[in-house]
Design a protein around this ligand. Structure first.
Ligand SMILES: *Cc1c(COP(=O)(O)O)cnc(C)c1O
Length: 340
C-alpha cells in the first residue's frame, strides 16, 4: 500500500524507537523529565520564543492556547476553512466558551482589512475580540503558504488593538522549508504558536505550544486541568526530539514528490489538480471521471493506494517520509489503472 492519506501516518524510525528505549525519564508533572525538558527548550529556541510546552496533539495545542488567551464570551477571528473552525469539533465553543468569527480567505490568507473590520468595538451588545488565529501552511487550501507579509500586517493590526495572535502552525516547518523564511521570522508575527511533531516531521506523538514564559506557565496549568499532565513522557519526547532536530530539511523531498505527483496527475484524463502545490498536499478534482470521490477512493484502494476524500468530488493526497520518489511513479501508474 502507498499511503497518501496524510503525513500523520508515518511510522517511527528505528532510531526513534531506539531513542525511546534509551530515554532518560522522570515525572514531568514535577518538571523532572529531562528528555521532555530538553524537547521543550529545543523547541522554544528553534522558534525564538521564551518557553514551550509539549502537548498530546495539534488540536490540544490549539485548545489550550484558546483557553489561555481567552475568557468565555470572547470572540475569535479565524479563517473560514481553518482546521480550528472546520475540524476540531467546535472545541473552541465547548471548552474555551468562545464564539468563532470566520473570515473567508484567499488560499487561506485573511485580508488584513477584513480582520481589522471584524474586531469588535466597545458596545454592551458585543462580545470582545479575544484572539486572532492564522493557519500556516493552510491545510484546506492545499498546503498553501500564508505570506509572511500577510502575517505581519495582521499582527500589526492585532497589536494596535491589544489582541493576541495565535498561529496554528501544524505544518509551519513545511512553510519555512519551502520559502526559506526561518521559523523565527514566522513566529515573530505571532504571540503564540502550535506546531505538530507528528506530521511531516515524523514523530509518533505530539505537538508543541510556544510563547512567553508567563503564557506557557498558564498553558501548563490548562493542560493539567484537561488531564494532559503526563508522567514519564520522555518516552515519547525522545523520538520527537529526533523529529524536531533531524527531519526538517528533508521536508523539501516531500514537496518535490508532491509537485511530481501533481504534474503526473495533470496528464491523467479526467483528473485536475485544483491547488497550487507549494508544499506536501495535492488536491484533485475527480468530477470529470465516472466516479465521485468516495468511489474513486475505493478504486484507488483496489490498486494499492490510500487517499482521503476532501469533498464530494475532491480527494487529497499527502506526501511524507514513508513515501519515496519511486512510490510516486508507482502511484501515478496505479492511478491510471484505477481509471480504466
Ligand atoms: C492536523 C492539524 C491540526 C491538528 O493536529 P492533531 O495532532 O491531528 O490534533 C491542527 N491544525 C492543522 C492545520 C492541522 O493540519
Amino acid at each position: 500500500m502507498i499511503d497518501l492519506r496524510s503525513d500523520t501516518v508515518t511510522k517511527p524510525t528505528d532510531a526513534m524507537r531506539q531513542a525511546s528505549f534509551e530515554a532518560v525519564v522522570g515525572d514531568d508533572v514535577y518538571g523532572e523529565d529531562p528528555t521532555i525538558n530538553k524537547l521543550e527548550e529545543t523547541a522554544a529556541e528553534l522558534v525564538g520564543k521564551e518557553a514551550a510546552l509539549f502537548v498530546s496533539s495539534g488540536t490540544q495545542g490549539n485548545q489550550i492556547s484558546a483557553l489561555t488567551h481567552c475568557k468565555p464570551g470572547n470572540e475569535v477571528i479565524l479563517e473560514a476553512n481553518s482546521h480550528i473552525f472546520m475540524y476540531e469539533g467546535a472545541a473552541f465553543s465547548v471548552f474555551a466558551g468562545v464564539q468563532s468569527r470566520p473570515i473567508v480567505g484567499d488560499r487561506g490568507a485573511m485580508n488584513p482589512e477584513e480582520v481589522k473590520a471584524a474586531i469588535r468595538g466597545t458596545d454592551i451588545h458585543y462580545p470582545e475580540t479575544g484572539l486572532i488565529c492564522i493557519e500556516n501552511t493552510h491545510n484546506k487550501a492545499g498546503g498553501a503558504i500564508i505570506p509572511l507579509s500577510n502575517m505581519k500586517e495582521i499582527f500589526e493590526i492585532a497589536r494596535m488593538n491589544h489582541i493576541p495572535v495565535h498561529l496554528d502552525g501544524a505544518r509551519l516547518f513545511n512553510a519555512s522549508v519551502a520559502t526559506g523564511i526561518s521559523l523565527k521570522e514566522y513566529a515573530a508575527c505571532t504571540d503564540t504558536l502550535q506546531f505538530c511533531l507528528s506530521k511531516g516531521l515524523g514523530a509518533p506523538v505530539g505537538s508543541i505550544i510556544a510563547g512567553s514564559k508567563e503564557f506557557i506557565s498558564t498553558a501548563r496549568k490548562w493542560r493539567k486541568r484537561l488531564g494532559g499532565g503526563m508522567r514519564q513522557a520522555g518516552i515519547i519526547a525522545a523520538p520527537a526530539l529526533i523529529a524536531l532536530t533531524e527531519n526538517m530539511e528533508r521536508l523539501a523531498e516531500d514537496h518535490d514528490n508532491a509537485k511530481k505527483l501533481a504534474e503526473g496527475l495533470e496528464s491523467v484524463k479526467g483528473l485536475s489538480v485544483i491547488n497550487k502545490v507549494e508544499t506536501n498536499i495535492v488536491m484533485v478534482d475527480v468530477s470529470k471521471t465516472k466516479y465521485d470521490a468516495a468511489q474513486f477512493l475505493i478504486e484507488l484502494r483496489n490498486q494499492g493506494i490510500l487517499a482521503g476524500a476532501f469533498g464530494p468530488e475532491t480527494i487529497r493526497l499527502v506526501t511524507h517520509y514513508d513515501v519515496t520518489s519511486k512510490d510516486i511513479e508507482k502511484a501515478l501508474s496505479r492511478i491510471q489503472k484505477a481509471l480504466k
